[in-house]
Structure formats: C-alpha cells, structure tokens
Design a protein around this ligand. Structure first.
Ligand code: GH3
Ligand code: MG
Length: 331
C-alpha cells in the first residue's frame, strides 16, 4: 500500500519516510499540499498522511480538495497537527481528514492508526468489488454473457441521445434464430442453450468490440446496437453475422446442428435520429423488418431507414417514420 506523505520540513519528511517504509509501506513524499494534490491527480493513493501547516496549500485545504476529487477508491487521510485544541481538531476532521495525530509523532501510534485505516480501506475495496460484480450480474444475460434487456433499455436511449446530439447515424439489428423450436425439439433444451451461447459468441466476434454491443432481447432474439453506423453499414454487419452463423455447423453435446438466423435492420438517417424518434419505435421497426425476413423465407436480412423519406421528400410517415430504402431482402 502506498502512502502519499505531505510534509514541508525536509528532515521530518526524510525521517517519516524512513519509518513508514520500515513499517512496510511504499512512500511518495511531497513538500507541500499543492505538490501532493498534483500527485493525487496523476495516480490513486489509498493513504494520505499530511502535515497541517505547509506553504502554498496547507493540510486542511489538501484534505478538502481530495474529498472533492473523483478517485479510483477511497483515500484514507491522516492529519498531523502541532495544535491540539478541540476547535482545531474538529476543523481538520470536518475538512475531510479521517484521523489526526498531535506532533511530535509517536511512531508506534502512527503505525497503529495507519493499520486501522488499512482495515477500513480493505473493507471499502471489498465492498467496491462486490458492488461492481453485482452491477455486472444485473446487466448480463446469465446464459449467453451478452447484455440483458435491462441494460438494453437503460443504454439504448443514451446511445440514441448521443447520436442525436452529434448527428451520427444509429442502427440496430434484431436477430432471431430460425426454427429454434425445432432445434430444441430434436436436440433437447440443453443443446438449444448451447446454440444460443454459440450464436451470441459468433455475433459478438463479428462486430466492432469498442463500440458495438449485443443484448439478449428475448428467448432466441438478440439486438445488436451499432452506434455511428448508417443503414448500408448495418445491413453489411447483419449479413456478416448471418454468414458466420450459416457458414459452419454448431457443435453441441447432442451433435452438430446447422443453424440459420433472420435479421431486421433499423437505421436512422445518415445525420442521426430526428427529435421525435424513440427507442421503442426503433426496436419495433427492426422487429417489423425481422418479421418480413421470416415471411420472405428466413435466413435473410430486411432493413428500413427511418425518417429519411419524410425529410427528403416530405412523404407521410408511418408510426416509426418513412423509408426510402425499405428493401434489402438479402439472403
Ligand atoms: P422462427 O423461425 O419463426 O423464429 O421459429 P422459432 O421456432 O425459432 O420461433 P418460436 O418463437 O416459435 O420459438 C422460439 C423457441 O425458443 C421457443 C422457446 O421454447 C425457445 N427458447 C426460448 N428461450 C430459450 C432458452 O433460453 N433456451 C432454450 N433452449 N430455448 C429457449
Ligand atoms: Mg426463432
């Protein structure tokens, strides 16, 4: 564990560095509060031991500044003070210090107090890890490891808003495995589960990992979100996944299974979603296109570019907007 020590007196700084190191801590030392704060902006220090009176920025101002910063974790701050009046100590604690010690520092007491701080930091860290794990679980589909519907309905409106603000296109693909019920019936539910897992893996492998993402929308339906992707790119992305799915059989414990999937593409115009477009309308549009793919014989992609006809040609728009390219029965 690394301690950031802020102490303006060079001799005290050297002596304290030496005995903190002897007690098993890594130590970075700063000559005043401003220098310590600068170091804090560059990396996370779980512990801060600071003198009160220092030039440029004193220990209380440093504690206050640290409490206002966004850090990777909690900073346990211990203030060293030459004055032991109650008002003085209260002011230090209120500024954000967790503990204080009156100078001259009694070394074993400082180490004992830092070790108590370490217990609090360990507890805080395990809570943070547990929170993160719970958050990941709450947004992940347990079977396939993709995002779940909760995440989709939380995140897609944000993507839509971001694309609207920056005038980027946004596309979504609704993917549905063809005749999945037959796979379940012939190979068993466990094999069906394996097919779902492998389908998700193939879809995930096919998209740009830093911006695109997949969510399980329902039983054997997945929604792929493609930010900053116009209609033509989205149709290409759907066709790529479709190709990856049909190109090789899915190996399950119940035997190899040939799988195909159908796709519905919904895209905003190239300049992004118009102000009235809602996430629900976009999903509905992708779903309608998927339905058309199923109707047209499955293992294909149908798509729809929302709102473009209305903007370009002033035509009447259906519920989710009009289309100029209401076509693409590929496959
Ligand atoms: P279509 O080509 O029209 O999409 O036909 P389909 O058989 O794929 O579609 P349908 O909606 O009739 O059936 C979907 C099946 O998916 C029914 C359901 O039992 C199955 N299913 C849903 N969730 C799961 C799951 O988590 N695991 C497994 N193994 N099957 C599931
Ligand atoms: Mg299906």
């Amino acid at each position: 564990m690394t301690i950031l020590l802020a102490e303006d007196d060079p001799v005290t700084r050297m002596l304290m560095t030496r005995f903190l190191k002897k007690a098993g801590y890594e130590v970075d030392a700063a000559a005043n509060g401003a220098e310590a704060l600068d170091r804090m902006t560059k990396r996370y220090y779980p512990m801060l031991v600071t003198d009160w009176e220092m030039p440029e920025m004193d220990g209380v101002a440093l504690c206050r500044a640290v409490r206002n910063m966004q850090m990777d974790g909690y900073v346990y701050a211990l203030l060293l003070t030459a004055r032991d009046s109650k008002e003085h100590i209260i002011a230090g604690l209120e500024a954000g210090a967790d503990d204080y010690l009156v100078k001259p520092v009694h070394e074993p007491e400082l180490i004992a107090r830092l070790n108590a701080g370490r217990r609090i930091l360990n507890l805080e860290q395990s809570l943070r890890i547990a929170n993160h794990r719970n958050r990941v679980l709450s947004i992940t589909d347990a079977l396939t490891g993709t995002y779940n519907r909760r995440y989709l309905m939380e995140q897609l409106p944000r993507e839509l808003e971001r694309c609207r603000r920056y005038a980027y296109p946004l596309s979504v693909l609704m993917c549905d495995i063809d005749h999945f019920k037959l796979i379940n019936d012939r190979r068993g539910h466990a094999a069906g589960d394996e097919v779902l897992q492998q389908f998700a893996a193939r879809a995930q492998k096919s998209i740009r990992s830093n911006s695109d993402w997949v969510a399980r929308y329902g039983g054997e339906e997945f929604l792929v979100v493609l930010p900053e992707t116009p209609y033509e790119g989205a149709v290409r992305a759907a066709e790529k996944i479709r190709g990856l799915v049909s190109a090789a059989v899915f190996a399950t414990r119940a035997g190899d299974t040939a799988v195909t999937a159908s796709f519905g593409v919904a895209s905003t115009g190239p300049c992004g979603p118009d102000i009235s477009l809602k996430v629900e309308a976009m999903i509905r549009c992708a779903d309608e296109c998927l339905y058309r793919s199923k109707q047209a014989g499955r293992d294909r992609t149908c798509g729809h570019e929302i709102g473009v006809a209305r903007e370009r040609a002033g035509q009447d728009a259906p519920a989710h907007g009009a289309s100029v390219r209401d076509l693409a029965a590929l496959g």
